[in-house]
Design a protein around this ligand. Structure first.
Ligand code: FAD
Length: 419
């Protein structure tokens, strides 16, 4: 029997296991993951603040097997090697041969890459990018009465590049709810030139941060963290003091990707940005945070990529060439506090623009604008994630096509920029 092996049962791997298993008969589909739990990562943002029903691990996790179809073989093991010339994967549970291989092992934080950060972790510094860190940050904030809360992005790229600005917006909201906002400073220290990677959205988010009295310190490339003195230092010698450091350490892909010769040196698989095929092997596809493609590392991206990878594998199995259909499409709600959120939708070519989403005039969501409906969309997404997205049942065209639509977007801004 022919075999497809998927490495990683996170967002992208789980969607693909579900959709491929419905489309292919007579194939064995095996999915391998080292974790026991599937984490709903967008919920990690709220755990430090005990907001919107997120307080403990059960609020963001389910057994990893649960959203996978029964027809797919799940192997609980760590992937330790990929021999792509022999079509073979090595794991802690033995070897697996394949006809087609999918890389979907995401990325992880690596505090060891910054001098002093590992020593500070769990003491004066915590990361909400992982469940354990989000819970530790919650404890630290429980005891916080006054002082300086600093969010630091150590370096780019990171997954979900809007999560840092959401974190400081949430911090402002939380400290106000606690009645201690006046006694606290909130600062975001970033290697970017502003709040986000894309200029129009960055300008809008910088304005919101300024109105909330949140300081943004840009162009700060973090060199070291001193836990004793509670200070972070940049490569150019700039220093920022803190009382609590919410750290986003460097993000790296799995070592096994580089060790097997499929990676770019930072654990991200060398990937064709449009077909999503590995640049190193003809029978390997990549999706989600594990790719090196130049768009955001986000769950929405893993979802749109899963559609393109599914279609291309089915094409190749039936003897056709893959289509270069992936356009870098990404979208994300940005929670801004006080029951409001923004929404952004963009791709490789077109940065986030104002307008309505997904339909012109009707919306109902608003792009690049704070609304209550966007906030309810963000909160409702958890149920959508577990029940529709992971199982591959989210409606596509015309509501959520894999390729970005200009429908509802203010394209006049685009033409002004181009002329
Ligand atoms: C705080 C935070 C907030 C976020 N908010 C949003 C949001 O609002 N919207 C949005 O779209 N995205 C958001 N994201 C990003 C989103 O969660 C990820 O981009 C998405 O989950 C990526 O899916 P993936 O399948 O590529 O990787 P993952 O879902 O991370 O899955 C990777 C899987 O691979 C497994 N794995 C790794 N290495 C190995 C190995 N060697 N052997 C076996 N298994 C392995 C892991 O155990 C994991 O299960 C957020 C992320 C964070 C951290």
């Amino acid at each position: 029997m022919k075999r497809i092996v998927i490495l990683g049962a996170g967002t992208g791997g789980t969607i693909l296991a579900n959709t491929l298993s419905r489309k292919l008969s007579g194939w064995n589909i095996t999915i391998i993951d080292k974790s026991q739990q599937h984490i709903y990562q967008p919920g990690l943002l709220f755990i430090p603040f005990r907001l919107h029903g997120y307080e403990e691990s059960g609020d963001v996790s389910q057994p990893i097997r649960k959203p996978l179809p029964d027809s797919v073989d799940f192997v609980s093991a760590e992937v330790t090697g990929i021999d792509y010339s022999a079509n073979k994967v090595e794991t802690t549970a033995g070897e697996f041969g394949y006809d087609w291989l999918i890389l979907a092992m995401g990325c992880r934080v690596d505090p060891t890459a910054i001098e002093g950060l590992s020593e500070a972790m769990g003491r004066s510094a915590h990361t909400f990018y992982e469940l354990e860190g989000a819970l530790a940050l919650q404890k630290a904030l429980d005891g916080f009465k006054e002082g300086k809360l600093v969010l630091n992005i150590a370096e780019m790229p990171i997954k979900c590049p809007v999560a840092p600005i959401e974190f400081v917006f949430m911090a402002d909201y939380y400290l106000n709810l606690k009645g201690i906002r006046e006694a606290a400073e909130v600062e975001m220290v970033t290697p970017l030139t502003g709040a986000f990677t894309k200029p129009v959205a960055s300008a809008a988010l910088n304005d919101i941060a300024a109105a909330k009295n949140i300081k943004i310190t840009p162009n700060f490339e973090t060199a070291s963290v001193d836990h004793e003195k509670k200070v972070i230092t940049s490569f150019s010698g700039e220093k920022v003091e803190y009382d609590i450091l919410a750290s986003i350490p460097p993000n790296v892909g799995p070592e096994v990707i580089d060790d097997s010769g499929l990676g770019n040196g930072a654990g991200y698989a060398l990937t064709d940005p449009h077909t999503l095929k590995s640049k190193k092997a003809d029978n390997i596809y990549v999706l989600g945070d594990n790719t090196d493609v130049p768009t955001s590392k986000a769950g929405s991206v893993a979802h749109f990529e899963a559609e393109v990878v599914e279609a291309n594998i089915l094409r190749e199995i039936s003897g056709q060439a893959p289509h270069p259909d992936f356009d870098g499409h990404s979208n994300c709600f940005i929670e801004s506090g006080y029951g409001k959120a923004l929404l952004i939708d963009f791709n490789y070519e077109i940065e986030p623009l104002p307008g309505n989403f997904p339909l012109a005039k009707i919306g109902p969501f608003s792009l690049l604008k704070e609304t209550r409906l966007n906030h309810w969309g963000k909160l409702a997404f958890k149920q959508v994630y577990w029940n529709l997205l992971l199982t591959g049942h989210l409606p596509g065209d015309p509501l959520l096509p894999a390729a970005m639509s200009l429908e509802g977007k203010d394209v006049s801004l685009l033409s002004q920029k181009r002329h």
